[in-house]
Design a protein around this ligand. Structure first.
Ligand code: GLU
Length: 393
């Protein structure tokens, strides 16, 4: 019989970041010495005290459904304390929904507020999954082109021009995946001024908020005057505590939206894994020196990678303000490689230099590529050496 997939699935793309990670893994398994700058995944192990909390919870029988599905009360309280401390925003536990990762939280958020015909303003370049989440809800992404000289940041008048009566959400992701660019408080205040007299919600993806290089914390959008009532803040343990595989994240925001997200959760996953929730309490309430150590390491690696990329012929790359990605424009190298876009570039570089990186097509710019520096300085130097052989400089 002929099986066919739903239109829902056919509208979607596979996640390019995960696809590159999988490609690098397969090549390595086949014995190829690949330098992997693909997935944005910390090479650090999860800090021991967090693992210990999970093991202890398991041993104590913390293996049942969690009630409510939006997260254990102790965890939602810990998230409120954490958000007050690191975001300057006050939430009640009823305003928190725990999910199976930041990506799941974002998906729930979009599903909770969007209808077909609605529009979502997305700055380009964007993180791969944003347009897909919008499409899954039957809504339409409205792309606003970022400034190439400013790490893909958009200007407030561009936001104003993109808003129509159908606009439901503006997505802001600072520091950004894929560029690492962060908006200053002043820039965010300008966005807030544009939004103040509209009915537009803000989805603020603050997953890299503690991995900003100049300041240890990025201003939370919900803390800006007048923005609390319209902002949903998304966060996760993956990057901050090197917990990608644990799959746990959360959203804080207006109770109505959080209730909508919880309702979907009650009909889908029934909530995040019980003992992982307990481990996250230990992460949020415990010693934070691990976060600062990782931030400093990323900052050093950023200098190494950005310095090296800037010396390569045909590469041009604004310096990231945070996160762990460089996003250079490599279009000047296309002719010499015999390729026409970033996908061709990524294939050629993987084949000829065994360096895995993510083509910018996945983020909306086919002239750029994303390199993650969430890997050791040794690997970064080796990758740069290989790229140097290919591109000189
Ligand atoms: N967020 C990371 C990245 O962009 C992990 C993979 C994913 O979820 O997209 O590489």
């Amino acid at each position: 019989m002929a099986i066919r997939l739903s239109k829902y699935v056919e509208r979607l793309n596979d996640s390019a970041t995960l696809a590159v990670a999988e490609k690098a893994r397969r090549l390595r398994a086949a014995g190829v010495d690949v330098v992997a700058f693909g997935a944005g995944e910390p090479d650090f192990d999860t800090p021991q005290h967090i693992k210990d909390a999970a093991v202890k919870a398991l041993a104590a029988g913390d293996t049942k459904y969690t009630n409510p599905v939006s997260g254990k009360t102790a965890l939602r309280e810990a998230i409120c304390d954490y958000t007050r401390k690191y975001g300057g925003v006050d939430y009640k536990p009823e305003q928190v929904c725990v999910a199976a990762g930041g990506k799941d939280a974002l998906h729930l958020g979009f599903a909770a507020v969007l209808d077909p015909g609605d529009e979502v303003v997305l700055p380009v370049p964007y993180w791969v999954s944003f347009p897909e989440h919008v499409k899954m809800a039957g809504a339409t992404p409205v792309y606003v082109q970022g400034d190439r000289q400013r790490g893909g940041k958009i200007a407030p008048p561009q936001l104003a021009a993109a808003i129509t009566p159908r606009t439901r959400v503006f997505v802001i992701n600072s520091p950004s995946n894929p560029t690492g660019a962060a908006y200053s408080r002043e820039e965010m205040l300008e966005f807030a001024r544009v939004l103040r007299d509209t009915q537009v919600l803000v989805f603020s993806d603050e997953i890299y908020h503690r991995l900003a290089f100049a300041e240890p914390v990025v201003t939370s959008f919900a803390a800006l005057p007048g923005m609390y009532e319209r902002t949903v803040t998304f966060n996760s343990a993956s990057k901050t505590y090197a917990m990608t595989g644990w799959r746990i994240g959360w959203a804080c925001g207006p109770e109505l939206i959080i209730r909508g997200m919880s309702r979907i959760t009650s009909q889908t996953t029934s909530g995040a894994t019980s003992f992982v929730q307990t481990a996250l309490v230990a992460a949020l309430n415990g010693d934070q020196s691990c976060v600062e150590e990782m931030r400093q390491a990323y900052r050093r690696r950023c200098d190494v990678m950005h310095g090296g990329l800037s010396r390569l012929r045909g590469f041009s790359c604004p310096k990231p303000d945070g996160a762990y990605y460089c996003f250079p424009d490599v279009s000047k190298t296309f002719a010499s490689l015999g390729v026409v876009d970033a996908s061709g570039f990524a294939e050629a570089v993987l084949e000829r230099a065994h360096v895995a990186l993510v083509p910018g097509n996945a983020f909306g710019w086919d002239t750029h590529v994303r390199l993650s520096f969430a890997t050791s300085e040794g690997q970064i130097e080796e990758g740069l050496r290989r790229l140097g052989k290919l591109f000189g400089g």
